[in-house]
Design a protein around this ligand. Structure first.
Ligand SMILES: Nc1ncnc2c1ncn2[C@@H]1O[C@H](COP(=O)(O)OP(=O)(O)OP(=O)(O)O)[C@@H](O)[C@H]1O
Length: 309
């Protein structure tokens, strides 16, 4: 488990992380989301002992990173895929890390195989594509077989097969009981990968909740009702409004019920004898819910961003 308590990180007059407290649990993939400059990488660097907090603390299994005897065996991280000496081969890079952490050389070959770099392992890292560098970074995170893993934008630069591979790997690592903390800007990918989400904006926690709760906050969640009976739909709309549901009549043959359930709407339609051609729950996507939740925390925005906030 990773525990962050009252963490603040200031760079000169810039507050990058502003008094955040979160617990990242074992056995789950926790997505770490937020707009550019929100403070995700800073938080991860503090967890990994690469930056000192201005105040507060981050611990891994109850200990600060700097006090871990064999850090790579406890926590593995991919923070900067390009942080490899360009003249060194991928294998030599991993061997030196393994050596300094008392990890046997055969483990290096195992992780190279696992990330699909075995046949380029002896080539110099400067010739690696972005995707290959990401794979090498993931290999270094896995090297010590750690129970806690941090990945900062792991699918950046990976092709479709690579993105799927990372997704499955994270699910597997969590199912083995490990703590997996991953930042990403790819919402559709996160929706398929994460169990829990921590969303930050301008250095503060906006939401820390299970995926389903975040999606439930999206304003597009609605029960869709279609019927060939216009008058029947009128009656149904009236009845539902009487039960304080918010009903939107999008066409003579279609209603959207914002705060209802398919069960309740179906029951009422049956009681009124209204014939239905469709009764379905439409859910917001994570991207839609995320855009709404972070609308006020975006520092660097493009012209024309649409927000409902
Ligand atoms: N070494 C540094 N010196 C000064 N300011 C910094 C430093 N590192 C980060 N910052 C600032 O702190 C804020 C948070 O940056 P951080 O990189 O943690 O955000 P992020 O959420 O990872 O963003 P992105 O999604 O763009 O990677 C930004 O305003 C950034 O400019």
């Amino acid at each position: 488990m990773i525990a962050i308590r009252g963490l603040t990180k200031r760079y000169a007059d810039k507050v990058a992380v502003d008094n955040i407290s979160i617990e990242v649990m074992a056995g789950k993939v926790t997505g770490f989301l937020g707009p550019n400059g929100a403070g995700k990488s800073t938080t991860m660097r503090v967890i990994m002992g690469l930056d000192h907090p201005t105040s507060g603390e981050a611990t891994i299994g109850g200990k600060a990173y700097s006090t871990l005897k064999w850090p790579m065996r406890k926590v593995g991280a991919l923070l900067d895929a390009k942080g490899v000496h360009p003249g060194r081969s991928g294998r030599d890079h991993l061997l030196s890390m393994a050596y300094s952490n008392g990890i046997p050389a055969k483990r290096v070959d195992q992780v190279l195989e696992e990330v699909g770099l075995a046949n380029v392992a002896k080539k110099r890292a400067k010739g690696y594509s972005l995707g290959m560098s990401q794979r090498l970074g993931i290999a270094s995170a896995l090297l010590g077989d750690p129970e806690v893993l941090l990945f900062d934008e792991p699918v950046n630069g990976l092709d479709t097969e690579g993105v799927r591979w990372v997704r499955h790997m994270m699910r597997r690592l969590a199912s083995e009981g490990r703590t997996v903390f991953v930042s990403s800007h790819l919402m559709s990918e996160m929706q398929q990968t994460a169990d829990q989400l921590v969303i930050i904006g301008k250095g503060k926690v906006i939401m820390d909740a299970p995926m389903a709760d975040v999606i439930a906050r999206g304003s597009r969640n609605a029960v869709i009702v279609r019927s060939p009976q216009t008058q029947g739909l009128d009656q149904l709309a009236k009845a539902l409004e009487g039960e304080s549901a918010a009903v939107e009549r999008v066409s003579p043959h279609e209603l959207h019920v914002v705060n209802g359930t398919v069960e309740a709407v179906g029951q009422r339609a049956a009681e009124l004898g209204v014939q239905l051609h469709e009764l379905a729950m439409r859910q917001s996507s994570l991207e839609e819910a995320y855009m709404e939740l972070t609308a006020e925390s975006v520092e660097y925005t493009s012209a024309g961003r649409q927000s409902k906030a």
